[in-house]
Write a protein that binds this ligand. Structure first.
Ligand SMILES: [Zn+2]
Length: 239
């Protein structure tokens, strides 16, 4: 069946039998990969400590019919700064959970992969209050299901936007309003995030607007995935 090599971020793992685990990765070239890590729960395994959720690795796999088999893994980043900080973990796990639901097996997704690794690197450096929201909005946009932010999602009017409704597809004007009320600052932040000014948006200090961005991004993601994000509601973050 052959082997392949790729980078990956470990999304989750489950125990298999006595000593193995099934590891789910997202990769740039092979999309979602589910692979058996044989013997990884034995202390002498060369894979020990290399395939925990949130680890960025390069790996080699045998291609299997249903599950692949990981034969080698080298750690590129453990993201210790995230792992050691209980306040940052929920955001990281919400990102992993979202990617797990968006990624498709054997379907390359280099842009989503790069966005995930980039967001984890930022999260490791500092806890920006808009990072999680920015990641979710960018991930949805890459998948072609991002919200309408330029004009009213319902009437397309270029009027001031005062609400956000995932069901309607984005921001709404005063006449069409439904869903969550949002401030002008929130609209501005979201436009920055999706308009190539991410760095400026990430510098925003915690405020009502940054909390609204996270809330609307979470609701848009849950609407599209048709499920609640488990990790998002563990967060005790601002707002
Ligand atoms: Zn409208």
């Amino acid at each position: 069946m052959g082997t392949f090599r790729d980078e990956g971020v470990v999304l989750r793992t489950i125990k298999l039998g006595e000593a193995d685990r099934i590891v789910t990765f997202v990769t740039p070239e092979h999309g979602k990969v589910r692979a058996v890590a044989k013997g990884i729960r034995r202390p002498k395994s060369k894979l020990v400590g290399r395939l925990e959720p949130l680890t960025h690795v390069t790996m080699m796999c045998w291609k299997g019919r249903e599950l692949d088999v990981v034969t080698q893994a080298e750690v590129l980043d453990h993201f210790r700064g995230i792992r050691d900080d209980l306040d940052r973990m929920p955001a990281a796990f919400t990102m992993l959970e979202t990617v797990d639901h968006l990624a498709v097996e054997r379907q390359p997704m280099p842009a989503l992969f790069k966005t995930l690794v980039g967001a984890l690197r930022v999260l490791e450096e500092r806890a920006s209050p808009v990072l999680l929201g920015a990641f979710l909005l960018k991930a949805l946009t890459l998948e072609g299901i991002g919200p309408v932010v330029a004009s009213c999602a319902s009437c397309d009017e270029d009027a001031p936007l005062v609400a956000f409704d995932a069901h309607s597809g984005g921001f709404l004007c005063r006449s069409c309003r439904s869903g969550q009320a949002v401030s002008a600052e929130t609209v501005r932040l979201v436009r920055q995030i999706l308009g190539g000014e991410l760095r400026a948006a990430l510098a925003a200090p915690p405020s009502r607007a940054t909390a609204e961005v996270e809330r609307l991004a979470t609701s848009a993601t849950e609407y599209h995935l048709d499920r609640r994000l488990r990790s998002a509601h563990l967060s005790s973050g601002f707002g």
